[in-house]
Design a protein around this ligand. Sequence first.
Ligand SMILES: Cc1cc2nc3c(=O)[nH]c(=O)nc-3n(C[C@H](O)[C@H](O)[C@H](O)COP(=O)(O)O)c2cc1C
Length: 372
Amino acid sequence: MSSLFSPLALGGFQLRNRIALPPLTRCRSEQPGNIPGDMMVEYYRQRASAGFMITEGTQIEPRGQGYAWTPGIHSEAQIAGWKKVVDAVHQEGGTIFCQLWHVGRVSHNALQPNMQPPVAPSAVTATGVRVFIQTGPGTGMLTAPSEPRELTIREVKEIVELYRIAAENAKKAGFDGVELHSANGYLINQFISEHTNFRTDEYGGSLDNRLRFLREVTEAVSSVFGSHRVGVRFAPLFSSTDEERVYLGLVESDPHATYIRAAEVLNELEVGYLSIAEADWDNSPDMPESFRAALRETFHSPIMYSGRYTQQKAELILEKGWGDLFGFGRTFIANPDLPARINEGYPLNSADQSTLYGGTEKGYTDYPVYSS
Ligand SMILES: Cc1cc2nc3c(=O)[nH]c(=O)nc-3n(C[C@H](O)[C@H](O)[C@H](O)COP(=O)(O)O)c2cc1C
């Protein structure tokens, strides 16, 4: 049997395997209101044999949205919709955390309440990334993010509180915990990055100041779930060629020092797991082994890795002792019964790129389970 089927303790849960559904934005919430509906219930239920599941990025407040049709967790209807998803997953014996998302500057006036500019640590427009706005019912287009407005210090503290409220809402929906989306150039990442945070108050300047927002948000959501039921996702990039810099708009001058210090902070706060999103595009550079080893030394709870993982790569990282849990993104989209397929050595479907974001059941809930 594959080592990926050895159990893992995480946040007080006993996970039945190490094959995780990582957060995957699919833009299929019901409109109006960005509400999880029956189609989403079915999608998550189908994948509940994962050892661990994290929902797609879920905006904590209306300003936290950067793409049309992503679900939120700030209205009663959204909480009720998520409750159906969580109940379905629990009926199948699964464990599911909600990924709490605030896009900050990666948004557009058209997605913001009253067509206001998006909010950010500093008024620096995101480049090299596109947002998705609705142009009519069920149709939309990719476009450049709008110029953001700098948050006042009071507003920063209000957003920390909005994270806490979102965690309360996740608890009401029955989620087992929450994951903070601190990766991919979104709000928490914007506070951490020296390229997007030019604040001169306690949230900017030194690395510890740039990590302050992450620390406060982590403490806020931990006050709801307990820190062991909180995970944090980072995407440390280790290459600074122009193309990759453009991809996320964010590459630290010293990613190792930045993210090892962040891991130290989260270890002190006793968060339940760290999730590392590795570069996942074609010919992307490998994560340095020195970083994996340092992360393992610094952070004492489970570490999850995602980014073009295969069964073999996951088994290798597990054997090396660097990681505990592995996200299979596009593979899980196309193979709802992925753990069974890995266990039995069945062949894998590949994902249809054209139906990843938005649309109907096609390319969402119609991928078949294996039958011989
Ligand atoms: C369609 C799609 C949507 C994604 N949405 C999110 C998201 O909402 N939050 C997040 O942290 N990562 C997101 N990611 C990144 C994935 O979680 C994962 O790290 C990435 O797909 C690499 O894994 P893979 O190569 O196995 O697909 C998304 C990736 C894809 C392909």
